[in-house]
Design a protein. Structure first.
Length: 215
């Protein structure tokens, strides 16, 4: 039986939002006002992230050094335990994130993890700010629905079982067709509002234990 564990990244596999940590440190503008526009439904999450990271003019090298040495980026407890459990049971893993593939790749590489598919925003580092580009499964640029599009693409591969891990409103659409949803932070509330069953978790050991107890 083919099984996929599909995960959000910021706030799900990490403690807190890596994007917000970077914006707090490097953004040259009112990125929080842009975030409010997103939370109040005036712009999409893709538009929000693109506008926010356009305020970051720091170089790739500067951000890489910060990610690796600041001590601000923390993975949730038992991340490797989840990967080990999946490996033992021949699960596939995929990360779909509205965040930047740039920092996801750096964090995973620093952990020695190279067997996870990652679908996230592409980054062009420019002196006047980072340009984010969301490329859909068909190769076209997207300004909304990025996560849902890749969730649909992965589901079309024929997985009999699909576990979804997420933390926020942007995870509702890609989680809708999951066999089981594991939810943290605000996602349990959003799931209740949408009539979706979910299993809350605090750390990834909770997810491993739930899978061990019967999937």
């Amino acid at each position: 039986m083919k099984t996929l564990v599909q995960c959000d990244f910021d706030g799900t596999l990490t403690v807190g939002e890596v994007s917000h940590i970077l914006l707090e440190e490097f953004a040259e503008g009112d990125w929080k006002a842009v975030g409010k526009d997103y939370r109040e439904g005036r712009i999409t999450v893709e538009e929000c992230n693109a506008r926010q990271f356009a305020m970051v003019s720091a170089s790739r090298e500067t951000l890489t050094d910060f990610l690796l040495h600041s001590g601000r980026v923390v993975l949730r407890d038992s991340f490797k335990d989840l990967l080990d459990y999946g490996k033992q049971h021949d699960f596939d893993f995929a990360i779909i994130s509205n965040g930047l593939q740039f920092y996801i790749d750096i964090i995973l590489e620093n952990l020695g993890i190279d067997n996870i598919e990652v679908f996230a925003a592409q980054s062009r580092f420019r002196t006047d700010g980072i340009e984010l580009i969301y490329i859909g499964p068909d190769g076209s640029r997207m300004s909304s629905g990025f996560k849902a599009a890749y969730a649909d693409m992965l589901r079309a591969r024929g997985y009999e079982t699909l576990y979804y891990l997420g933390d926020g409103s942007a995870d509702v659409a890609p989680a809708r067709h999951a066999t089981r949803i594991f939810a943290t932070d605000k996602l349990p509330r959003f799931c209740r509002e949408e009539g979706l069953d979910c299993t809350p978790f605090e750390d990834l050991h909770d997810v491993v234990k739930a899978l061990e107890d019967g999937g």
